[in-house]
Write a protein that binds this ligand. Structure first.
Ligand code: KG4
Ligand code: ZN
Length: 336
């Protein structure tokens, strides 16, 4: 008998739902994105996100079930992102999933958002199984994770300040690109010269695998402001390319070093920033050079989506993870 999981995601500005079969087969995937609305404000407005989730969640879940050709009676569990993320946004998905679970009598499975991002690689790569090392880089998190099992993680590096995606977005903003800026830096970087501007590599105190992106971000912001004060023009494409190159260097070098240190043979990459052309390419080449197998999701699974929650929800369900009617959402929660 197949195991069918409904996955619900509402941690930021995408209301998403999907249905998985035995974890890795995705029967449906529906996303109601709010990006166009938040763009007017230059970033995600948390209260607006909560309101839009509230309006869209029922139709999104309904569409996911009907597109998969299943009803609530056919599913084995309701999986939902309960942490980390914007608290008001998470509460919409969590409360909705709780109600659905109680009304249908189907078990409720709480899923960690970062575990979901990691699982996006299972959908794309049938052969990928733990143990492996995963670089996770999103708008809110940047970490290197030892994935020891489908539900067993050890975070071995994290950021001391900005997440990689946050640095992409802030640099994009100062260069005049709209929100969310990461994809615009990516496009501009393809036209620019990555050697045009010299940017600092961070020095991190303590764990040498940890990240820091605020110095790099500030260097880009200062360059733009100094140039405008002096009446000079900045080559935005080349500054985007130089920033992307430096961020890719930082992410790649630390991930390769971590894989060597902890003895992993396989390296995966996940989270919104895994959509970035420069980082995907540099990390992929470094993996080939050092003899690591490299896994990255297709662009459609890099950003927030319901499939990753339906997939990880399957592994959490099989591991016996359950929540009851007291399940709460959490803005922050360490993985593992
Ligand atoms: O995982 P995600 O969709 O949401 C969070 O969990 O935060 O990640 C969103 C982040 C944003 O900062 C966005 O700018 C970045 O991923 N991003 C990119 C690209 N596409 C999305 N950054 C660089 N290059 C891209 N192509
Ligand atoms: Zn995410």
């Amino acid at each position: 008998m197949s195991v069918i999981i409904l996955g619900i995601e509402s941690s930021c500005d995408e209301t998403a739902a999907a249905v998985s079969c035995d974890g890795r087969t995705i029967l449906s995937d529906i996303v109601a994105s709010q990006a166009d609305e938040h763009r007017k404000f230059g970033g995600v407005v948390p209260e607006l996100a909560s309101r839009r989730h509230c309006e869209n969640i029922l139709s999104t879940v309904d569409s996911a079930l009907s597109a998969a050709g299943v009803t609530l009676a056919d599913i084995d569990a309701v999986a939902v992102t309960y942490a980390p993320g914007l608290i008001g946004a998470l509460l919409v998905g969590t409360s909705f999933a709780k109600g659905l679970s109680m009304a249908s009598g189907k078990p409720l499975v709480p899923v960690h958002h970062i575990a979901g991002h990691i699982a996006s690689n299972y959908i794309a790569h049938a052969e990928l199984e733990p143990p492996y090392l995963c670089l996770v880089a999103s708008g809110g998190h940047t970490m290197i994770v030892c994935v020891k099992g489908y539900t067993e993680y050890e975070v071995v590096a994290r950021t001391h300040d900005d997440a990689a995606g946050e640095a992409f977005d802030k640099c994009a903003r100062v260069l005049g690109f709209p929100y969310p800026g990461g994809v615009h830096i990516d496009k501009a970087a393809r036209r620019g010269d990555p050697r045009a501007y010299k940017l600092p590599m961070p020095h991190v105190e303590g764990n040498d695998l940890d990240f820091s992106f605020s110095g790099l971000k500030t260097a880009v912001i200062n360059m733009v402001h100094n140039a405008s004060q002096k009446g000079e023009t900045i080559d935005a494409d080349s500054l985007a390319a130089s920033f992307e190159y430096t961020a890719a260097r930082i992410l790649t070098d630390k991930t390769i070093e971590a894989a060597k240190r902890f003895g992993y043979k396989k390296i995966a990459f996940a989270g919104g920033v895994s959509a970035n052309t420069g980082v995907r390419t540099m990390l992929g080449k470094a993996c080939a050079k050092h003899g690591f197998d490299f896994y990255v999701p297709p662009l459609s699974l890099c950003g927030d989506n319901g499939s990753m929650i339906a997939c990880q929800g399957y592994y959490d369900f099989m591991a016996g993870k359950r929540a009851d009617e007291s399940l709460n959402a959490l803005a922050t929660l360490t993985l593992g």
